[in-house]
Design a protein around this ligand. Structure first.
Ligand code: ATP
Length: 282
């Protein structure tokens, strides 16, 4: 049996530059990982099937599950005959802007690489992974990176300065394609990609907090006022910086001290169905 940990990602920044001919938006975003993890196990089967086992009934177990898709891709690409049972212990909120599905897919690719003793380099897994999702290459490495293109062009950055992260997901569903459709690129919005990159390079926690910015935040926030309320609530209650992750609806706040994080946690706990206090991993 093989075990893999699949950490959630957060966007420190997210900018959209222009709409490409292929319909995707050209993005520029700084992403890092937090220690809010799904845990996956992989076990060889006697037959040739892929079986996904997840406790939560709202997570698909068929080929709509990104871990299933990743296993299918690995089996086809490396001509693997023997099947696998993938068990996912899910802790990352679903449809949250935390790349829960993508990180499970990435962990599956790393896990099967070991289970079948393929010894393929991570770069090769990234090239494969991009076929099922643009966040998968980032998730294969984890760490901290500036991601460009559709999100698949990765420039690694230093580990960010240490911080507590209060992650709050309100009980509402957001469709990423819908948010991108509603995005009006003619409206100006400042995303501090450069400042964030510099803050990470210098290990400057204050500058990092000030640079958190996400171009999709006003779009999702217009649709669901709760998002902006949670952000304001976090900042009023001691977060040094706060921003929405991905296309939302999850908002996170950074603090230097655990006591501060508890304060922020208590302030948003009543209005969100899922709130976690974790650490930046990077
Ligand atoms: P991103 O930040 O990459 O946009 P997300 O955090 O918004 O992702 P996910 O948690 O990946 O969203 O879930 C998006 C959809 O993917 C849901 O409808 C869910 O049913 C489906 N899904 C497929 N595989 C998984 C998985 N392994 N875990 C969670 N959701 C999955």
């Amino acid at each position: 049996m093989i075990y893999e940990t699949a950490p959630a990602k957060i966007n420190l920044t997210l900018d959209t530059l222009f709409k490409r001919d292929d319909g995707f938006h050209e993005v520029e975003m700084i992403m890092t990982t937090i220690d809010l993890n799904d845990r996956l196990t992989f076990e060889l089967r006697k037959d040739n099937k892929i079986v996904v086992d997840v406790e939560q009934s709202y997570v698909p177990t068929d080929n709509k599950n990104l871990a299933y898709k990743a296993a299918e891709l690995m089996k086809q690409n490396y001509h693997l005959k023997q099947g696998v049972t993938i068990t996912i212990d899910k802790n990352i909120p679903v449809s949250a802007g935390l790349a829960g599905g993508s990180t499970d897919a990435a962990a599956t690719m790393r896990g099967l690489n070991r289970l079948y003793k393929l010894n393929r380099p991570l770069d090769e897994l990234c090239e494969l992974g991009i076929q099922i999702g643009t966040d998968i290459p980032f998730c294969i490495y984890g760490k901290t990176a500036l991601c460009k293109g559709k999100g698949e062009i990765i420039e690694f950055l230093n580990k960010p300065p240490s911080a507590w992260v209060v992650v709050a997901k309100p009980d509402l569903g957001i469709s990423s394609p819908d948010i991108f459709k509603r995005l009006d690129l003619s409206q100006s919005f400042k995303v501090n990609t450069y400042d964030c990159e510099k803050a990470i390079k210098l290990g400057d926690y204050e500058q990092l907090c000030q640079s958190l910015s996400n171009r999709l935040e006003p779009v999702s926030g217009n649709l669901h006022a709760e998002i902006l309320k949670i952000k304001a609530n976090m900042l009023e209650n001691g977060a040094d910086g706060a921003v929405m992750s991905g296309s939302g609806p999850t908002v996170y706040g950074l603090t230097k001290k655990e006591r501060q994080a508890r304060h922020v946690y208590n302030a948003v706990n009543g209005c969100c169905n899922e709130v976690h206090i974790v650490r930046l991993l990077g």
